[in-house]
Design a protein around this ligand. Sequence first.
Ligand SMILES: Nc1ncnc2c1ncn2[C@@H]1O[C@H](COP(=O)(O)OP(=O)(O)OP(=O)(O)O)[C@@H](O)[C@H]1O
Ligand SMILES: [Mg+2]
Length: 268
Amino acid sequence: MKHMQAPAHMQAPVAPLLEVDGVTLQYKTRDHLVTATSDVSFSIYPGDRFVLLGPSGCGKSTLLKAIAGFIRPVRGQLRLKGEVITRPGPDRMMVFQEFDQLMPWKTVRQNVAFPLRCNGVSADEADARAVEVLKKVNLSKFLDAYPHMLSGGMKQRVAIARAMGMRPDVLLMDEPYAALDALTRRKMQQELLDLWDDVRFTVVFVTHSIEEAVLVGNRILVLSPHPGQVKAELNSHHFDASHQGGAEFQSLCGRIHHMLFDDAQPVH
Ligand SMILES: Nc1ncnc2c1ncn2[C@@H]1O[C@H](COP(=O)(O)OP(=O)(O)OP(=O)(O)O)[C@@H](O)[C@H]1O
Ligand SMILES: [Mg+2]
């Protein structure tokens, strides 16, 4: 069993929250098998902002789907709090890239309250929690708006609030800002860091942007091209958007760029 070291800022020993242990993931198409990731191992600790970074097709989304319990590994195991992951559950909530993940016929607060209601929370409690979490993502003025009245960035904030409202053990984010314009994306990245400062949740964040990985993550797993294998695991600092031009930030970005492009293995 291979395990990554606990991140330097944490006092050992801390039990991992999520363990991905020698995981190989495959898709079966009509005439062949596609191996998405091969023998991938890492451990995530409470409060981590853990980034999966790698080129298109290296299996980042597939790994996230396996953590969410949508697909099962052909080799290896995924465990949440020591329990093998076999199916989706409210302890792992996903935020996708697309803006259309909200129900258009429900208001913002109803969208956020809906999964709570589905999981047995009373109407009053669900609404109170929706209002509280929407305040944290700066949407208090839009509680009764419908999704079509919101910008792309605002819709993503609602999706984040909906996931956070469930108080999951792990928040899973698959390139949540990739479809936003550069300015909104920067703002949303900073908001995520501010939210983390406030709530200290655990997040697995998928991106193929090196800058986004260094800004958002405290730990970064660099994956090789398809099929994804672990190239390196790096610690990042708690940068904020104002550090992006700084030497330390740029140096880490440069190191990762070198790993991904200059020593890239051939794409199969
Ligand atoms: N439903 C599917 N059926 C067959 N193959 C698939 C399926 N989904 C993904 N794949 C293949 O698995 C591999 C990994 O795909 P995945 O979507 O996980 O990559 P990714 O790293 O998220 O890429 P991107 O950055 O483009 O989103 C790719 O070769 C892809 O073609
Ligand atoms: Mg993807």
